[in-house]
Write a protein that binds this ligand. Structure first.
Ligand code: DGL
Length: 264
């Protein structure tokens, strides 16, 4: 039997999932969190097969189960695309996926049902969003655009790349004219949201907002919301470097973090 005092596990291939964690802390500050950044195996979004991604994410779920989690958030669109069904079959705890949340928030926001999604190559090539849209809102027209270099650039320091504007223009110019809503279909992208918004006039939506709603609903329906009064503890585990990860995550979250390196 799960208990209210257990933790929420959130994972990504690196820094991206901190954009989801930030939204979660805002709404559910009294929960305890484990953030797992698999930056030792970064990137997930190019050069890995579905099978490899399933195996990597299965290890992360094992880690969460061993570390007493009551709910898991797959804060990585690539991992959600490759492995959400696989993980749900293998594990009995509730697992919330970001692609389903992304389709939902897009369908809530679009007026004309024409949406575009920017994502990693894996998510776009596997039609992660098109496939979920078929199941959740079959009227949505989805244009999927792979921004191949973005996650890597953001992970290692977006501002240090002189060609970032040029690349932004290149990919955002692929958005069809009739599109009214753009989904940030990679959890790294909210970190450069301002730069994206500078370049386009349509509505930009972040699935993280919807994730929070789903997580809250799920925990509440299972009577698993932590009702302690004090703020929760957040522990970070990463499988790669911390020298860049730690300051970047701290800057984004606006506070110091507790972080440990574990084998990849
Ligand atoms: N943040 C991940 C996502 O949402 C992808 C980054 C990567 O390529 O590893 O898809």
């Amino acid at each position: 039997m799960a208990e209210k005092t257990q933790k929420i596990g959130i994972f990504d291939s690196g820094l991206g999932g901190t954009t989801v964690l930030k939204e979660m802390i805002k709404s559910l500050p009294n929960e305890d969190y484990i953030y797992y950044g698999d930056n030792g195996n970064f990137p997930y979004g190019s050069g890995k097969t579905k099978n490899e991604l399933q195996k990597l994410t299965e290890r992360i779920l094992d880690f969460f189960v061993k570390n007493n989690c009551k709910l898991v958030i797959v804060a990585c669109n690539t991992a959600s695309t490759a492995a959400i069904d696989y993980l749900r079959e293998k594990f009995s705890l509730p697992i919330i996926g970001i692609v389903e949340a992304g389709v939902k928030i897009a369908s809530k926001n679009t007026k004309n049902k024409n949406i575009a999604v920017i994502s990693t190559k894996f998510t776009a090539d596997s039609h992660g969003y098109k496939n979920k849209a078929k199941m959740l809102d079959s009227e949505l027209n989805v244009k999927e655009i792979a921004c191949i270099e973005f996650a890597q650039m953001i992970e290692s320091g977006w501002d240090t790349f002189d060609n970032r504007k040029e690349l932004l223009n290149k990919y955002l110019s692929e958005i069809p004219k009739n599109t009214d809503t753009l989904v940030l279909g990679c959890t790294h992208y909210p970190l450069i949201r301002k730069d994206i918004e500078k370049n386009i006039k349509i509505k930009v939506v972040d699935p993280a907002v919807e994730i929070v709603e789903r997580a809250t609903q799920t925990l509440s329906s299972l009577n698993l919301l932590n009702d302690k009064k004090e703020k929760g503890r957040i522990i970070f585990f990463v499988t790669g470097e911390t020298y860049h990860f730690k300051p970047t995550a701290e800057k984004f979250l606006g506070k110091e973090i507790e972080i440990y390196r574990i084998p990849k």
